[in-house]
Write a protein that binds this ligand. Structure first.
Ligand code: CTP
Ligand code: MG
Length: 228
């Protein structure tokens, strides 16, 4: 049961404020994106990796991936959803029924997380996503930075990636909803908009998305801990 990985890597990393987009920062001897690809190759069911980058990206051609499994670059778009659509369309054209969409900025994915989310998704009607039960107390803001109310955290999860769905369902959703739709911040939300209920699979706290300055040090720590 082979699966294509789709890696959106066409963002500019505005919040990170680094010289290059964060997916090209140095991390444990290589780059964030190379570490992410290495993490995805840990499961033999990942047969092909489609990476969406900006068409004018000068950094991607300098990377080297040592893999017998094919790695294909596709043009990303103006939103994460547009970049994902581009990769999923290429995977679908290559004959993949299932895709595992994984952020370029999440290099600390473990083999166990990847294997579990693939196991669960491929047995499911709809598909599955990694997620983390919310650990902190949540507050809803009212006026003037005052707490309006606390929000019970039971049954609340934080969505992570990989998110594993049928390529056809994602393409149908993107076509119906539009890749500029601000509600489509992950793939599960595409399926939800189609009336489906994706399966939640518990991931790990180490599966951080490098987003803000300092996150790269945290990722470095996880990777050198050899926790994969
Ligand atoms: N992404 C993409 N195409 C876009 C926007 C984002 O492929 N048009 C990718 C990013 O490269 C990243 C992932 O989606 O791997 C998650 O997005 P995010 O963390 O928001 O990255 P950026 O958009 O690059 O960062 P920022 O929002 O701070 O600018
Ligand atoms: Mg962004």
């Amino acid at each position: 049961n082979s699966v294509a990985a789709v890696v959106p890597a066409a963002g500019v990393g505005q919040r990170m404020q680094s010289a290059q987009p964060k997916q090209y920062l140095r991390l444990a001897g290589t780059t964030v994106l190379e570490q992410t690809v290495k993490a995805l190759l840990q499961d033999p069911r990942i047969a092909h990796i489609f990476i969406a980058t900006s068409a004018t990206d000068p950094y991607f051609p300098q990377l080297s991936f040592s893999s017998e499994r094919p790695i294909t670059r596709v043009d990303g778009g103006a939103t994460r959803a547009a970049s994902v659509q581009s990769g999923v369309a290429a995977a679908h054209a290559a004959g993949f029924e299932w895709v595992a969409v994984h952020d370029a900025a999440r290099p600390c994915l473990t083999a166990q997380e990847l294997t579990t989310v693939l196991d669960e998704a491929l047995l499911d009607e709809v598909g599955a996503l990694l997620a983390l039960p919310v650990a902190d107390t949540l507050k809803r803001e009212g006026a003037n930075s005052r707490v309006q109310t606390s929000v019970a955290r039971d049954h609340l999860w934080q969505a992570l990636t990989p998110q594993v769905f049928r390529s056809e369902a994602l393409l149908k959703g993107f076509a119906q909803l539009g890749v500029d739709n601000p509600q489509l911040t992950d793939e599960a939300s595409v399926l939800e908009a189609l009336g489906q209920q994706p399966k939640l699979v518990q991931g790990r706290r180490s599966n951080i998305k490098i987003t803000l300055p300092g996150d790269e040090q945290l990722a470095q720590l996880w990777l050198t801990e050899n926790h994969r």
